[in-house]
Design a protein around this ligand. Structure first.
Ligand code: PBG
Length: 328
């Protein structure tokens, strides 16, 4: 009888050996935690489709940021729900807009927490699109860039560390870089949602941010999910325009795109957004008892990292931080 000489099972013999040879390990440093901030006082609205996630008024958003920070989370990303929306999304770039105020408040309380400001118009426009419209309802690219420049400037002025344009307008990184540099914010970084797909996985987020488009869809600006190589073009353009981080979004159904991004641009930090739909599916199946929530979450986030992500934006950040710290 001939026995195998190479026995991969030797390295799987027990947990200690498995830990020693593990190629990928999740760390709290990998996570960015999203927070939804709503105009008003003493509001804590649970988002129905996202158990554990709330629309928080300013004072509660600060508490939430503090809780994340105390768990060791290094960074949060902010989304706003304004009181009033209009055609041109003016609350996105008003100096007393909800996110402007939130950045200011959070950075004054927690100066070491890295605050990422999502820069888009969809939460602030009455029609819910990520830019301004012509009379036929088409999103106008270049006039929208002018508004994103204002939005980025206001968020930087309020103390944001990183501006994250998510509207998939052509040239948005260059426009924002110019606006920041012209105003003395050359140290403020840009994390571009470079390869952002038009995806059904954003459904629950649109409940949370009240940002569903009133008509049509986002297919004329977000990417077609049938395309992976096109992501190389989008990412390359953003790097040329001055992006400091590039993002792939969603994450779980786009691991191939994350891998391509890391292989093509190994010198760039790659962020992956584990989006709302990915979160809600796990929460729902976990609640039903059909999957084990924590172990499936670790497996999903590890897979995202294994594919090549350096950072993961995830609604699970607090849960995972507690788990890693042995607090749950
Ligand atoms: C805004 C934006 C969206 C998400 C992040 N920024 C929604 C969209 O494009 O419709 C989705 C995040 C998630 O689903 O968790 N443009």
């Amino acid at each position: 009888m001939k026995f195998p000489i190479t026995r991969p099972r030797r390295l799987r013999k027990n947990q200690i050996i498995r830990d020693m040879v593990a190629e990928t390990t999740l760390s709290i440093d990998d996570f960015v935690y999203p927070i939804f901030v709503i105009e008003g006082k003493d509001i804590k609205n649970p988002v129905k489709s996202m158990p554990g996630i709330y629309q928080l008024s300013l004072e509660h958003a600060v508490e939430e940021a503090k809780e994340a920070y105390d768990l060791g989370i290094k960074s949060i990303i902010l989304f706003g729900i304004p009181e009033k929306k209009d055609e041109v999304g003016s609350q996105a770039y008003a100096e007393d807009g909800i996110i402007a105020k939130a950045i200011n408040k959070i950075k004054s309380k927690l100066p070491d927490l890295i605050v990422i400001a999502d820069a888009c118009l969809c939460e602030y426009t009455s029609h819910g699109h990520c830019g301004i419209l012509d009379k036929d309802g088409n999103v106008l690219n270049d006039p929208t860039l002018e508004l994103l420049k204002k939005e980025a400037y206001v968020y930087a002025k309020m103390g944001a560390d990183i501006i994250a344009p998510s509207g998939m307008m052509d040239g948005m990184v260059k426009a924002i870089r110019e606006s920041l540099d012209e105003n003395g914010f050359e140290d403020v970084a840009i994390m571009s949602y470079s390869a952002k797909y038009s995806s059904s996985f954003y459904g629950p987020f649109r409940d949370a941010a009240e940002s569903a488009p009133a008509f049509g869809d986002r297919k004329s600006y977000q990417m077609d999910f049938r395309n992976a190589n096109e992501a190389i073009k989008e990412i390359m353009l953003d790097i040329e325009e001055g992006a400091d981080f590039v993002m792939v979004k969603p994450a779980l159904a786009y691991l191939d795109v994350i891998r391509i991004a890391k292989e093509q641009f190994p010198y760039m930090p790659i962020a992956a957004y584990n989006v709302s739909g990915e979160y809600s599916m796990v929460k729902a199946a976990g609640k039903m008892g059909w999957v084990d929530e924590n172990s499936i979450t670790i497996e999903i986030l590890t897979a995202i990292k294994r594919a090549g992500a350096d950072l993961i934006i995830t609604y699970f950040a607090k849960d995972m931080a507690k788990l890693i710290r042995g607090q749950s």
